[in-house]
Design a protein around this ligand. Structure first.
Ligand SMILES: Nc1nc2c(ncn2[C@@H]2O[C@H](COP(=O)(O)OP(=O)(O)OP(=O)(O)O)[C@@H](O)[C@H]2O)c(=O)[nH]1
Ligand SMILES: [K+]
Ligand SMILES: [Mg+2]
Length: 434
């Protein structure tokens, strides 16, 4: 087993840089560089020297003997000044040592997983935590990294295991008189409940995507409705070109912002009208395509007519009357009225968006399926449980077998089974040094 090392702190220059090592040579390397091993898990100030005894830097050295370390292997950290040349010198000294090599992306975490420090969902949570940009992303990632999904899926596996044990007992003792009519009847009630819990958990995938990838708001409307002006007002900067010429925006344009700690992606689009030229028509096609993938559509109009409103496959559409400073009003009560020029109505629009976000994405984002592979395996598991439930009356063996398969699918999510095909994908989400 190679001993791996990497710069685990951010890009230099920085005040302090952390170089992390893991593997059988970690202790020997610290002895070579600093003349001895410090007490485990206690930061000790040492001179760090190359093999000729020349000082590279002075810094803190930490020694984490396995198995009680992050990776489960012998680990060490060297905290030195975060200058580019200081870091480069230590990395080059390390790479010259026998049995050492620079770590691949995610390799420390991969070793930790291999040594049972966390399950696959925990590893994914850790990758999300490092990538988190908003408060809701952090909360979701922290929960997953702390084992929220693992606990949920393991508890479901235990219920499946218990159900199978009861069914098998019923099969084994079917001929004996003193066994009550159906031991397993209560088991099927629990399986009904489990299936319902799984369905409601899976329904949270859309919320998880909104948290992780952003809640997508798409602005549509006829040319000159004030779409780009609204985008700029929401973004607080001149992201999009605004002009009095209809057809100014030809392509989709995105801006990201954080609203109540939630990532929101707002897309400005080409004005929708009939008889558009070829380029504009393509812009309109893209606008409509984006709208149908949105979490919310803002349909703008300066005239108070919303002729082009399509049905975007159930995506909620809010109607917005623009340019209220020009004096036009609308008496319909589900219409928001704004002026990007005077900023009238923008605060109520923001407030409505925040309210909508908290109602649809929700405050409690701790236990949601965050990956397609979670959903794929949950679907398989649910299908098997539903199959077991639907054979009611016959074939107890078959029904028990379906429950076994369901538990197996859940085990694929946590990484108990069949991990080889997903390991590369999961750990490549990490940066080098984690
Ligand atoms: N008076 C007034 N004018 C506005 C307001 N919002 C936008 N305008 C003007 O309306 C014109 C069109 O604005 P844009 O934001 O470019 O409209 P758009 O919907 O993006 O237009 P296209 O990209 O061409 O489809 C510009 O001259 C803006 O200055 C507003 O609230 N009040
Ligand atoms: K315009
Ligand atoms: Mg525009």
């Amino acid at each position: 087993m190679d001993t791996i090392f990497a710069l685990s702190s951010g890009a230099p220059p920085s005040g302090v840089a952390v170089i992390r090592l893991s593997g059988p040579q970690a202790g020997a390397v610290i002895e070579t560089l600093t003349g001895g091993l410090p007490e485990p898990r206690v930061a000790s100030l040492r001179s760090i020297r190359d093999r000729n005894g020349a000082i590279i830097d002075r810094g803190l050295v930490l020694w984490f003997p396995g198995p009680g370390s992050f990776t489960g292997e012998d680990c060490a950290e060297i905290h030195l000044h975060g200058g580019r040349a200081v870091i480069d010198r230590l990395l080059s000294v390390l790479s010259e040592l026998e049995g050492l090599r620079i770590a691949e992306a995610g390799e420390f975490s991969r070793r930790a997983f291999a040594n049972g420090k966390f399950d696959l969902t925990g590893a994914e949570g850790l990758a999300d935590l490092i990538g988190a940009e908003t408060e809701s992303q952090r909360v979701l990632a922290m929960a997953q990294a702390s084992g929220a999904l693992r606990q949920l899926y393991e508890s479901w596996q235990e219920r499946l295991l218990h159900a199978r044990a009861m069914i098998e007992a019923e099969i084994d003792f079917a001929d004996e008189d003193d066994v009550p009519g159906s031991v397993s009847e209560q088991v099927w009630d629990d399986m009904e409940r489990l299936a319902a819990e799984m369905r409601s958990h899976m329904a949270g995938a859309k919320r998880a995507a909104a948290v992780r990838e952003g809640f997508r708001i798409v602005i549509i409307g006829p040319p000159n409705a004030g779409k780009s002006s609204l985008l700029n007002a929401l973004a607080g900067s001149d992201v999009a070109i605004v002009s009095d010429e209809p057809g100014t925006t030809r392509d989709v344009l995105e801006t990201r912002l954080s609203l109540s700690g939630q990532l929101v992606i707002i897309t400005d689009t080409a004005g929708i009208r009939e008889n558009a030229g070829a380029i504009e028509a393509e812009g309109i096609r893209r606008a409509l395509a984006r709208a149908s993938e949105a979490d919310l559509v803002l349909h703008l109009s300066e005239t108070g007519r919303w002729d082009f409103v399509g049905d975007f496959g159930g995506v909620p559409v809010w109607r917005v009357l623009t340019k209220s400073d020009l004096g036009r009003t609308c008496r319909e009560d589900d219409v928001l009225t704004i002026s990007s020029k005077t900023e009238e109505g923008l605060k109520p629009l923001f407030d409505s968006l925040e309210k909508h976000l908290s109602e649809t994405v929700g405050r409690d984002v701790s236990t949601l399926p965050t990956r397609q592979r979670h959903l794929d395996n949950l679907r398989l598991a649910l299908r098997d449980i539903e199959a077991a439930l639907s054979f009611r009356g016959d074939g107890l063996e078959l029904r028990a077998e379906s429950l076994r398969r369901a538990a197996f699918s859940l085990g694929r999510i946590t990484g108990q089974h069949g991990v080889e095909d997903v390991l590369g994908v999961i750990f490549s989400e990490f940066c080098v040094g984690k």
